[in-house]
Ligand binder design. Structure first.
Ligand SMILES: Nc1ncnc2c1ncn2[C@@H]1O[C@H](COP(=O)(O)OP(=O)(O)OP(=O)(O)O)[C@@H](O)[C@H]1O
Length: 616
């Protein structure tokens, strides 16, 4: 075990989050951070470094000029004004000029920090969005991944702060070295005293920062829950049910209990940290004053001049605080580096569903269609299969309907078709070639899919429709045609601002629509692209029976010649399909046209009759 490791173990303990090896390793993310800062804006990053370098030379130079001034004054006092005072005023002017320049430099650094920090925060937020888009759907459904994503997202402010800290550290180290050179010329042993004085305080800072990180990390799931309760307690989407079910007390009690537990854990740590921090700082200050007294005694005995005294005391004081800052900042940086590690860990996550350069383009037009060959699928965190041994062929121009009770596996099947997941066993072929061999983006561009839980974007009507083919966002003609096809144009007509109308009430001027109206808008997305396969996963459940019938009739006419997969619980709609696949517990139980399945008199026929009875 290396000495470094032993020291680190002592400082940080051995808990998994505070594992010293992990902490030392996390410092490796600092150069990666610097690279990111550089990439944000090389010119501003360079300016920042240069300004800091120049500024770091100022403290020793100004202290030395201070010494010269005092020596001049003492000389004048001792010679009762005999000695010419020309030099004195020159030095005072130089010091004044330096003070002005230093102030300007510091302001420029602050300005640069703020602007570069803003750019850096924006860039990393964009990078998070871009990277998240590349990841697989199952990664979003995994709580560990979600924690990483949350940490990466929440740490935007922290990363900007970290950026300033790292750059400031560079400046402090150079400044410290410059002061050290001056001090070493006069009295090298003072440097040793200085180092010893700062150590206790550094230890306490390190230890408590680490404990703080462990606490925050250990509480991530609870903090996520707190965020969730906060959102549920005050959100447009939950307000209705909160009132009807009178849930606000339930939520506020739950929030209070959980937040209080966290507060208590944090409070104890903060008090301990304040106590030990204060005590050890007192110790450092004691050592400093010991050295100060020693210098004063030497001055009184005439061993050094009064100017030397101010220079030494000044240098010593500044070095002491610079050293303390460097050490504390180092502790801060290394514990924040753990958060930074989370950020980079998120970027290191790679999607499993990818395509390489040799990937095929989807045939235009598709010749044979899609074939499921003994496809089984199990969600990563589930013990049982959601689809079992499914085999069927979707022919060119054919419209099939998936029917089955809740949880039968209908949505899962269409997710596999769009390659949002890969089959656990078996394979899916497109024109006889495994789906995995096609370019994923090209494949998805040929599939139009509207899910039951489609997103209601707080965007304009035109944008809400254009998300079906975002490249055409400025093609208002296409958007209008898509709206006509899905009957959304009847909804849009009611808005004073037409296609410019803002939807959802999240932002000013946004209007809310009924479930059925939203569905017509969402359906228009399917008509935005010239897809070869269109999948509608129950996006019409909120439409009244007549509207759904009309929508599907139009749909069948409009997509003639294309393949379609419909999921609906309404049998009047389902029977319009060429063939019906009846799923039960992930298994394909019956397949055939409505008439064939009725003749078979199996489960489909049972359910059909049950629903028909309900309607009469
Ligand atoms: N993301 C997921 N992670 C884990 N299990 C899932 C996930 N999505 C669905 N399941 C499970 O897979 C099974 C099939 O779900 P699926 O959504 O495909 O059913 P469905 O037939 O579309 O149901 P519904 O008619 O209610 O929409 C269910 O048991 C469900 O719990």
């Amino acid at each position: 075990m290396s000495i470094l490791y032993k020291i680190a173990s002592f400082l940080y303990g051995e808990s998994p989050e505070t594992d010293p090896k992990a902490r030392l390793a996390s410092l490796k993310s600092v150069p990666r951070l610097l690279k990111l800062i550089w990439q944000t804006n090389p010119r501003m990053a360079l300016t920042n470094i240069v300004l800091r370098l120049i500024t770091s030379v100022f403290p020793p130079v100004m202290l030395y000029i201070g010494k010269l001034i005092i020596d001049e004054v003492v000389l004048l006092v001792n010679t009762k004004g005999q000695h010419t005072n020309e030099d004195l005023w020159i030095w005072v002017s130089v010091e004044f000029a330096l003070a002005v320049v230093l102030d300007i430099l510091n302001r420029l650094i602050n300005l640069n920090d703020t602007l570069l920090g803003d750019l850096f925060a924006n860039k990393s937020s964009v990078q998070i969005i871009e990277h998240a888009a590349k990841l697989d759907l199952y990664q979003f459904e995994n709580p560990t991944f979600y924690d990483k994503l949350e940490k990466a997202r929440q740490q935007t402010g922290g990363r900007t702060y970290m950026m300033t800290q790292v750059l400031a550290q560079l400046q402090s180290i150079i400044s410290f070295a410059m002061l050290g050179v001056g001090l070493a010329i006069f009295s090298p042993w003072l440097i040793l005293v200085l180092l010893i004085a700062a150590v206790p305080s550094f230890i306490s800072e390190s230890r408590f920062n680490t404990l703080k990180y462990s606490l925050t990390t250990a509480w991530t799931p609870q903090r996520r829950e707190l965020d969730y309760i906060r959102y549920m307690g005050a959100s447009d989407s939950t307000a209705k049910e909160l009132k009807i079910f009178n849930l606000s007390d339930f939520l506020s009690q739950r929030f209070t209990k959980l937040s209080h537990e966290f507060y208590e854990a944090n409070r104890k740590l903060s008090i301990r940290s304040a106590f030990w921090g204060g005590l050890l700082y007192l110790l450092s200050t004691g050592v400093y004053y010991g050295a100060y007294i020693y210098i004063i005694i030497n001055t009184v005995h005439g061993a050094i001049t009064l100017g030397d005294l101010t220079f030494l005391a000044g240098s010593f004081d500044r070095m002491r605080s610079a050293f303390q800052t460097i050490m504390n900042r180092f502790a801060d940086i290394s514990s924040r580096a753990l958060y930074l590690q989370d950020f980079f860990d998120f970027f290191d996550l790679k999607p499993a569903i990818i395509s390489d350069n040799s990937s095929k383009k989807v045939p235009r037009p598709i010749q044979k269609g899609f074939t499921f060959e003994h496809v089984s699928f199990q969600y990563p965190d589930k013990d049982n299969y959601s689809l079992k041994n499914i085999s069927f062929h979707l022919k060119i121009g054919e419209k099939i309907a998936l029917v089955g009770e809740n949880g039968a596996g209908k949505t899962t099947l269409v997710k596999l078709l769009a390659r949002l997941y890969e089959p656990t066993e078996g394979r899916i072929l497109l024109d006889g070639v495994d789906l995995r061999e096609y370019d994923i983006e090209d494949l998805r561009s040929q599939i139009g899919i509207i899910f039951q839980d489609y997103v209601k974007f707080a965007l304009k009507v035109s944008e809400n429709i254009a998300v079906g083919n975002i490249k055409e966002i400025n093609n208002l003609e296409l958007i209008k045609t898509a709206a006509q096809k899905s009957l959304a144009d009847t909804v849009v007509k009611k808005f004073p601002e037409g296609y410019e109308q803002m939807l959802a009430r999240r932002f000013k001027g946004g209007v809310e629509m009924s479930g059925g109206e939203w569905q017509k808008i969402a359906l228009a997305r399917a008509y935005m692209r010239d897809a070869q396969l269109v999948i509608l996963d129950e996006p019409t459940a909120s439409l009244d029976a007549r509207a759904e019938h009309e929508v599907f009739l139009r749909f069948s006419e409009l997509i003639t010649g294309k393949m379609a997969v419909l999921i609906s619980h309404r049998f009047s709609t389902v029977r319009m399909a060429d063939r019906i696949l009846f799923l039960e517990n992930g298994e394909l139980k019956e397949i055939g046209s409505h008439e064939e399945l009725m003749q078979l008199n199996g489960k489909y026929a049972d359910l059909f009759r049950l629903q028909a009875k309900g309607y009469t």
